[in-house]
Design a binder for this molecule. Sequence first.
Ligand SMILES: Nc1ncnc2c1ncn2[C@@H]1O[C@H](COP(=O)(O)OP(=O)(O)OP(=O)(O)O)[C@@H](O)[C@H]1O
Length: 231
Amino acid sequence: MSPLLSLRDLRHRWPGAAVDTLDVPAFDLAAGEAVFLRGPSGCGKSTLLSLMAGVLVADAGTVALLGQDWRTQSAARRDRLRADHVGYIFQQFNLLPYLSVIDNVRLPLRFSARRRARCAGADEPAQWLARLGLDASLWKRPAAQLSVGQQQRVACARALAGRPELVIADEPTSALDEGTRDRFVDALLSSCREAGSALVLVSHDARLAGHFARQIDLPALNRAAAAGGLR
Ligand SMILES: Nc1ncnc2c1ncn2[C@@H]1O[C@H](COP(=O)(O)OP(=O)(O)OP(=O)(O)O)[C@@H](O)[C@H]1O
């Protein structure tokens, strides 16, 4: 079966930089697979996530999601592909603060007919909130009134709404305390399994790696790091 996400001979250099940030010969992610991506600060983890989601386009090589290379798509087509197939959980959540919790979770469905069609029912956004342990008394509140841990659960429910094939999480636990962190990662992993979504999660926190069957050390994968370009 062809992979969900396939990288081949990927090269990326930021404008003005003297060396490549990333030079990755090969990486495949299967449908529904969960991967923990780690590496020291500045090694290119967030850059790689942006390339996987088609937010950035590689200078060379292939980054294909569902067989479609981001580099050969127009900007409008990339936006469409991302809205249809990718859920993104940001370090600072990026919720709309004055919108209610439930409307934040519904947002991706407004931008994607495909994700609307994949919803198990009209109340799927509410089901993800419940699944992630967010009390129903909070669902109509503006997102800004929630605690950091609660907002992070809303961000996960939003990423999962409409069951995108790929969920990307960039340091989603950095604002959480230690006890909450393990529970949060377990809830995210089991929710992704239930949604059938693959997960790429980046964290500095090596202790979280134990939750994942597959772990990737980015400097080991990245020829630019081996060449001494970055570090
Ligand atoms: N918008 C940008 N413009 C130019 N250079 C950038 C930009 N974003 C990142 N970089 C550079 O690319 C390299 C990798 O940065 P990136 O944010 O991907 O690393 P990271 O591993 O995610 O770091 P951290 O763990 O600290 O978040 C760094 O040298 C950084 O300075």
